[in-house]
Design a protein. Structure first.
Length: 336
């Protein structure tokens, strides 16, 4: 792992969350929004875990991840009075205006992934148990069972208490996202039948989505490519990876990732960068040209990391610099 990339990633985390001061450290609140924001903080937790592996399992990075997890659960968790599990009621998005807040399935799956990776790093099943609890409650509310033989479907956004549908259409990647996350959580559980019903539902949703799947967005295509790397030999993954790679190639050729910064968003482009980094490995025939492309994107944004915001952009940029736990192929690389 490139030491300059590691230094830059740590610098970004220190600026976003504050420098670690030992026991009792608490991550800084985000500026200009609520204290915590679920998508951003999922990347924050994963970045700390990636740095833990990259620095020869330096547990101070896991301590920071733990503090962030606790803060997210405190600020965003919606724990029912009947439960002590911090994820049992889901976690809200973290929008400052309560009228705009709610719960997104694709935000919840990012948090499931962060908890699942933390379970592996800490060698503690508790985090994965929290992730499974979150998966179960999310599935129960976001997956709609059709009446009269109608097929399963999903909804995009629910109210904070999960009782009301706020946006009824399906997310483009939600079926693939749910399937992959449930499988990863299942792999880390002592109960191999954990989430079996939920996995079966997601497989059904995935198979219905696959014939019509398309994407033309830098974040969406990159996310799709990333998801395929966890089960790359499965038929759906082969098909989705082909579509995503073609889309990303077309977007590069069209100059979408080379244009005026006024019409670009760093965090969305980091989806593409991260997808390529995990999918195009050194043994890939086109490794060099693909990595030259994403290196240009990283160089372009390096001095503009905080131009749009002070959380989601720097945290996703740090993930692109140090893919770590996002990459099933190389999550345990250390500093040479």
């Amino acid at each position: 792992m490139d030491s300059k990339r590691l230094e830059r990633a740590k610098e970004l985390l220190d600026r976003v969350y504050g420098k670690y001061s030992g026991s009792g450290w608490k991550p800084k609140a985000f500026a200009g929004r609520s204290r915590r924001y679920l998508w951003s903080d999922a990347f924050g937790v994963c970045n700390y875990i990636s740095l833990y592996y990259a620095h020869n399992e330096d547990t101070t990075y896991l301590d920071q991840a733990d503090a962030l997890i606790q803060d997210v659960h405190k600020e965003l968790g919606r724990v029912p009075s009947t439960s002590t599990t911090p994820t049992a009621g889901g976690l809200c998005i973290g929008k400052e205006d309560e009228q705009d807040d709610g719960q997104y399935f694709h935000y919840l799956t990012k948090w499931m992934f962060a908890l699942n990776r933390m379970s592996i790093a800490r060698r503690d099943p508790l985090y994965n148990d929290w992730a499974i609890a979150l998966g179960k409650v999310a599935h129960r509310h976001f997956v709609v069972r059709g009446l009269g033989g109608r097929p399963l479907r999903m909804v995009w956004k629910l109210s904070v208490d999960l009782q009301h549908v706020l946006v009824s259409h399906e997310g483009n990647l939600d079926a693939f996202d749910g399937y992959v996350m449930y499988r990863l959580m299942q792999q880390q559980s002592d109960d191999r039948q954990a989430l079996a019903k939920e996995v079966a539902d997601m497989q059904q949703l995935l198979e219905r989505k696959l014939p019509v799947f398309a994407t033309d967005d830098v974040l969406d295509a990159g996310e799709a490519l990333w998801l395929t790397r966890w089960f790359p030999r499965e038929n759906w993954a082969v098909a989705v990876a082909h579509i995503a790679m073609n889309t990303i190639d077309r977007l590069f050729l069209a100059g979408v990732l080379d244009g005026d910064p006024r019409f670009r968003l760093l965090f969305r482009e980091m989806g593409t960068v991260l997808g390529i980094e995990v999918a195009v490995t050194p043994c890939h025939v086109d490794y060099k040209p693909w990595h030259q492309r994403i290196e240009r994107v990283l160089q372009f944004w390096n001095e503009r990391v905080f131009a749009h915001d002070t959380d989601i952009s720097p945290l996703m940029f740090a993930a692109a610099l140090v893919p770590g736990v996002w990459d099933p192929n190389r999550c345990h690389q250390t500093v040479p």
